[in-house]
Design a protein around this ligand. Structure first.
Ligand code: NAD
Length: 419
């Protein structure tokens, strides 16, 4: 029923890093200069000094690719940056499972961001006045973002809310803007600052703040996949889902698992990880109580997973001009728009969540995690790189507990044999 082509990169994990890079380079058409950028991390000190203040050095993290993803009928290699083991392996494993059932479907709304102008002690009836002058205000906003409008984006709406607080009467004037392929924070902030005088001339009051909200509820992505027809596995996943729906302590960790994937992709593509994380957790609590961002259910005997969350990921602007990020966006992902990138992020988040709860409800997460972590533990115990690789080989199929003392013991044994 599901006539899906085989994943060309199945087994990539078995090859050494240089061979993996060569395989990705050949698939994605990377030049030798681009391969060198990825090997070295993509930034020189001089470039870093242009990005941030008080730069004293560079700080590297592993760049990996998750394999096997089929999203909306297209195959993707997904670049991921992060320090945590098991994450890329988990995503790739689940991508393969979903692939057997046709892969993921994903959809993202238009990339509409929301800005806020916060006012203290305005005249009464701010919401009514703003509604009455909506067209004039949209015209002002259009003049503040002419390039966005020319791209088919631009201002969409303006509205207000009033409330009373300890400081007196307050109002927030909200506006929405389609920011096309940008994350949009600077664009929205520029409009907020430019629009504020027009607002106070209408409703008075003191402007306290003018900035976007990271709770981008008008920029929503959804993904869906079928994962298994094994009733035992499905049962475990449904139990886990139920605990996440009824226990906030579990729900937060459930959602953290989602962000293991999404933040790693955000980082690889030069996006603002904190903005995406804030939006996701805010959305989880948007319906008044904190809830899991994924849900699982049985349909025709098959386990289906779905995710819904706000994603403000750009393919242009700010951090996306980092050389390695551009290679990830243009060559490895080959994404054409912010919406396509957000579709991939949603599918990845769903896969990552499924990987985590599948491991948790089966063998437990720690065993696999610690086996992969054995290389890091070996380095912490004073192993050389070569020794760390051997220690990892030793623990890869190990059934016992991988603790620091087990690692130290294995290192001692290895050194005895080599003496
Ligand atoms: P940006 O300022 O670089 O703006 C995007 C630029 O890309 C604009 O100049 C736009 O004209 C141009 N562009 C070219 N082609 C485009 C296309 N197809 N679609 C849209 N724009 C196109 O970046 P931004 O996205 O406005 O802001 C993102 C940055 O703002 C991030 O670095 C983020 O960390 C930072 N920031 C975040 C917050 C927050 O999240 N609370 C607050 C302030 C700043």
């Amino acid at each position: 029923m599901f006539n899906v082509p085989e994943d060309k990169f199945s087994g990539l994990y078995k090859r050494p890093p240089e061979e993996r890079l060569a395989a990705i380079a050949s698939e994605c058409g990377l030049s030798s200069d681009e391969m060198a950028v990825l090997r070295a991390g993509g930034l020189t000190i001089a470039e870093a000094d242009l990005m941030r203040e008080n730069v004293i050095g560079l700080y590297s993290l592993p760049l990996s690719v998750a394999t096997g993803f089929r999203i909306n009928g297209k195959d993707y290699l997904i670049p991921m940056v992060g320090e945590e083991p098991s994450v890329v392996a988990g995503a790739s494993k689940v991508a393969k499972m979903a692939r057997e059932f046709g892969g993921f479907t994903a959809v993202s709304t238009e990339p509409v961001m929301i800005g806020e102008i916060s006012l203290l002690k305005p005249d009464p009836d701010v919401a009514v006045t703003v509604a009455a002058h909506k067209q004039d205000l949209l015209k002002v906003m259009n003049e503040l973002a002419p390039t966005m409008s020319a791209r088919g984006g631009g201002p969409r709406d303006v509205w207000a809310r009033e409330y009373a607080c300890a400081h007196g009467r307050c109002a927030v004037v909200y506006f929405s803007v389609d920011v096309r392929d940008a994350m949009g924070a600077n664009t929205v902030n520029r409009i907020a600052e430019g629009l504020a005088p027009a607002i106070t001339s209408l409703v008075g009051g003191k402007v306290v703040m003018r900035i976007l909200t990271n709770l981008s509820v008008k920029r929503i992505s959804r993904a869906r996949a079928q994962f298994t027809d094994d009733p035992e596995m499905a049962k475990g996943i449904l139990f886990a889902q139920s605990f996440a729906e009824n226990d906030i302590f579990r729900a937060v960790t459930h959602n953290k698992g989602i962000m293991n994937g999404i933040s790693a992709l955000a980082l690889a593509t030069g996006n603002d990880t904190r903005a995406v994380e804030a939006g996701a957790h805010g959305y989880a609590a948007y319906s008044s109580f904190y809830r899991p961002l994924t849900k699982y259910y049985i349909e025709d005997g098959k386990l289906i997973g779905e995710i819904e969350l706000p994603l403000a990921l750009g393919t242009v602007g700010s951090g996306t001009s980092h050389k390695a990020a551009r290679i990830c966006l243009d060559k490895i992902l080959k994404v054409k728009s912010s919406q396509e990138l957000c579709n991939i992020a949603a599918a990845l988040g769903l896969a990552q969540n499924f990987a985590a709860i599948r491991a948790l409800t089966q063998e437990g997460i720690n065993k696999g995690h610690m086996r992969l972590h054995s290389k890091t533990l070996a380095l912490m115990a004073g192993a050389t790189l070569d020794e760390a690789v051997r220690i990892y080989e030793h623990f890869r199929n190990y059934d016992g507990e991988v603790t620091m003392s087990a690692i130290k013991h294995a290192l001692d044994e290895l050194r005895k044999v080599r003496r």
